[in-house]
Design a protein around this ligand. Structure first.
Ligand code: CP
Ligand code: NVA
Length: 304
């Protein structure tokens, strides 16, 4: 599937058809891999990965994904690059474009990705910024489709911090006709502009009451209270005990609701062990699906 966009920075670049198409390709790629079929669609292609922040899932799933597709992935820490000595993003983008077929970057400031993608002649993928995490949502919506058999018409309850993952989930919901109810403490709501944009396409409800958010929900999602870019233990006080996903809160959702978390998780903070390690949790499917959905994305952006 050829995408209209050169880059994937937020998900807003995709049409609903392209987003849903990527989810379906991801499921197909996964099924084929389980049968031992792995097409070398990116033979001799390379991916450069730049990390300003730590990562387990993103780094490993992109690297393994490129390998399975017959290509090669090169991992760079921004500290080891001339970027750390002041070389501009513009010059870095132009230089790297001469070596590689695609760049994936995990950064602090989302604007850096915008500059990188403007000056790179190859596709640029956001591997998480302070503002968005689109690759996570491709995997999450793939997981929801596998578990629920559909996307349109479902309800997601987001409980906790209205952060980067929440923003991308709002775009994913807008693209697939899912409604979202987002429960956050005051001052931790998602970005106003993301709310405005996604509300044009689907129902987005903001509340400070998690019990309202989970009512009739098919999917309950949370994330850490302290992201890499705002790592401050004092934040926990603003969230606990009200915004913890525990068995009692899960019982307020639909009986067959699933629990999701992008990981890494802090047990007994945003989620109890009874939930994340319990029967409704799909977090390991979610983590595995990063591999399959990113392969679908890489193929679409590089191979077309
Ligand atoms: N969910 C996620 O992006 O995990 P990593 O930070 O380990 O890449
Ligand atoms: N919100 C988290 C997600 C980690 C994958 C962070 O930005 O640190």
């Amino acid at each position: 599937m050829k995408l209209k966009t050169k880059n994937l920075l937020t998900l807003a670049e995709l049409s609903p058809k392209e987003f849903l198409g990527l989810i379906d390709s991801s499921i197909k790629i996964k099924k084929e891999l389980k049968k031992g079929i792995s097409k070398p669609l990116l033979k001799n292609k390379t991916l450069i990965m730049i990390f300003q922040k730590p990562s387990t899932r993103t780094r490993v799933s992109f690297e393994v994904g490129m390998y399975q597709l017959g290509g090669y992935a090169l991992n760079l820490s921004s500290n080891d690059m001339q970027l750390s000595r002041g070389e501009s993003i513009e010059d870095t983008a132009k230089t790297l474009s001469g070596y590689t077929d695609c760049i994936m970057a995990r950064v602090y400031d989302h604007k850096l990705l915008e500059t990188l993608s403007e000056h790179a002649t190859v596709p640029v993928i956001n591997g998480l910024s302070d503002s968005f995490h689109p690759c996570q949502i491709l995997a999450d919506f793939m997981t929801i489709k596998e578990k629920k058999g559909k996307l349109k018409g479902l309800k997601i309850a987001w409980v906790g911090d209205g952060n980067n993952v929440c923003h991308s989930m709002m775009y994913g919901s807008a693209l697939s006709g899912i409604s979202m109810s987002i429960a956050t403490p005051k001052g931790f709501e998602p970005d106003k502009n993301v709310v405005k944009e996604t509300k044009k396409l689907t129902k987005i409800e903001l509340t400070s009451d998690p019990t309202i958010a989970v009512k009739n929900a098919d999917v309950i999602v949370t994330d850490t209270y302290s992201s890499i870019h705002n790592n401050d233990p004092k934040r926990i006080k603003k969230f606990l005990p009200k915004y913890q996903v525990n068995s009692k809160l899960m019982n307020g959702a639909k009986k067959n609701a699933i629990f999701m978390h992008c990981l890494p998780a802090k047990r007994e903070q945003e989620v109890t062990s009874s939930v994340i390690d319990g029967p409704q949790s799909v977090v390991w499917n979610e983590a595995e699906n990063r591999l399959h959905s990113q392969k679908a994305l890489l193929v679409a952006l590089i191979h077309g």
